[in-house]
Design a protein around this ligand. Structure first.
Ligand code: BG6
Length: 470
């Protein structure tokens, strides 16, 4: 739809940025923190571990003051479950509470709205050893952890995100999930874990509403428009299949508390039906999110499955389509350029995605990740020129404004990432931030913070509430 006049961004729009605990904090074993699955995982050769990351644990004051200088209205970050409960459950670590109290106080003191992700990939290792999300005890542990969060931080935190990219943990279990790939039917196990996470999420949403009547809570999956590779009806069917199991499964459960028919029949066909205990569906149906948060980097394109052995592609990256025989096959979109890491760049797809989600659920939306990973270079005189990032973000923000003009209710944009941090599986040389952190994969250097060109650009954009996009 073409509009003659664009609607402005709403007053009080949450311009901000995002990070996650394990990718930015470092201090992996300090002040009583227990190990998470991330701390115990193997890292791809040539990339750093997450032990020091951007050392935000020791630099948080400086970091928050830089976000304030950019004019941030909101800051999305995650809490490390293992700082609060080193063993996932049991004894609470007061030092963990102290750190997040200090961090939240600092954020609030700068007039920034904290948006807290409760769990961003870093499951406590102690729980993993007892079966992780395959074990229903993890649901109880998450509930206790959620209660601790609401009790301790609910006086200052009004926006909560339950689980980051649950769908990517399930679909890309070997890249960022917690399942053993050597199991006889690892996908069945993943969908069992998925069910448990959904129940845990529903319980956390209910608890939040009981304990903090003024707070808002929502899920934070990765949702993207799925295109058919052609107008062939079989390709359109494949896109419908993939949308149902990649996108809507997660949001239908969060919002309506039910598995959609396509996803459920896919489970039956493939032998992935999860065990559902008495009471689970009631809990799922009783929980209601106040908004939908989602992450968007790229659209995805699929074709009909050929079932000739060619359907299943590369699996080690959460933003590249894998494919599944009889369901869909990943395809390249010839209309889109790719970034240096093979992810297609699709700002118009962002508008499509916003519209699709809003049409289906009619809930306010916030974007909790969007951004461009690149090999930024530090030039002489502490200069980092990243016009490619500005271009990427500008084009996505333009499309977001078009979606707002289309009638979509959007209340915030928190791109990835506020500050340089460690990528999920591609080290720290793949940078996303507005602020450069001076370190290499294996040389920590001085970890000094340097404002990138995009820092100044975003600052001006925020100051004009999105009017100054160029
Ligand atoms: C999302 C995750 O999948 O994408 C983030 O929520 C992640 O944790 C981001 O960092 C970018 O992906 P990557 O693999 O480049 O770090």
């Amino acid at each position: 739809m073409k509009h003659n006049k664009l609607k402005p961004f709403p007053k009080g729009f949450f311009w901000g940025g995002s990070t996650s605990a394990y990718q930015i904090e470092g201090a992996w074993n300090e002040d009583g923190k227990g190990p998470s699955v991330i701390d115990m995982a193997k890292y791809p050769e040539g990339t750093t571990d997450f032990k020091v990351a951007s050392d935000h644990y020791h630099h948080y004051k400086e970091d928050i003051s830089l976000l304030a200088e950019m004019g941030y209205k909101a800051y999305r970050f995650s809490i490390a479950w293992t700082r609060l409960y080193p063993n996932g459950s049991g004894e609470l670590n007061p030092k963990g509470i102290e750190f997040y109290n200090n961090l939240i106080n600092e954020i609030v003191a700068h007039g920034i709205e904290p948006i807290v992700t409760m769990y961003h990939f870093d499951l406590p290792y102690a729980l993993q050893q007892k079966g992780g999300w395959s074990n229903r005890e993890t649901i109880d542990a998450f509930e206790v952890y959620a209660q601790t969060l609401f009790e301790n931080f609910g006086d200052r935190v009004n926006y909560w995100l339950t689980i980051n990219e649950q769908n990517m943990m399930i679909l890309h279990g070997d890249a960022i999930g917690t399942v053993d790939p050597n199991l006889e039917n690892p996908k069945k196990e993943l969908y069992q874990q998925n069910h448990h996470m959904l129940v845990a999420q529903a319980k956390a949403m209910n608890l939040c509403h009981q304990m903090l009547p003024n707070a808002k809570i929502g899920p934070a999956p990765n949702i993207v428009s799925i295109y058919p590779a052609s107008s062939k009806p079989e390709d359109i069917m494949a896109a419908h299949n993939y949308s149902a199991i990649r996108n809507w499964l997660y949001l239908d459960m969060a919002v309506f508390g039910r598995y959609n028919a396509t996803a459920w029949n896919y489970f039956q066909e493939k032998g992935y039906v999860p065990t559902i205990l008495d009471g689970d569906m009631e809990v799922l149906a009783s929980a209601n999110p106040d908004f939908i948060a989602f992450n968007y980097y790229t659209s995805q394109t699929v074709a009909a499955s050929e079932e000739d052995g060619s359907d299943v592609g590369h699996t080690g990256d959460q933003h590249i389509t894998i494919g599944e025989p009889g369901v869909y096959k990943g395809a390249t979109n010839p209309n889109l350029k790719k970034n240096e890491f093979g992810w297609e760049i699709d700002p118009v797809g962002f508008r499509n995605t916003l519209r699709e989600i809003y049409d289906r659920y009619n809930l306010p939306l916030i974007i909790t990740e969007n951004g461009l990973g690149a090999f930024d270079k530090l030039e002489e005189g502490d200069v980092v020129n990243d016009p490619y990032r500005i271009d990427f973000l500008r084009k996505h923000i333009e499309q977001m404004q078009l979606a707002i003009t289309d009638g979509v209710e959007v209340f915030g944009f928190c791109p990835w990432s506020a500050i340089d941090l460690i990528s999920t599986h591609q080290g720290c040389s793949k940078r996303y931030g507005f602020i450069f952190v001076n370190r290499d994969e294996f040389d920590l250097k001085d970890l000094r913070r340097i404002r990138k060109q995009s820092f100044y650009w975003y600052k001006e954009l925020i100051a004009t509430n999105g009017e100054k996009l160029i």
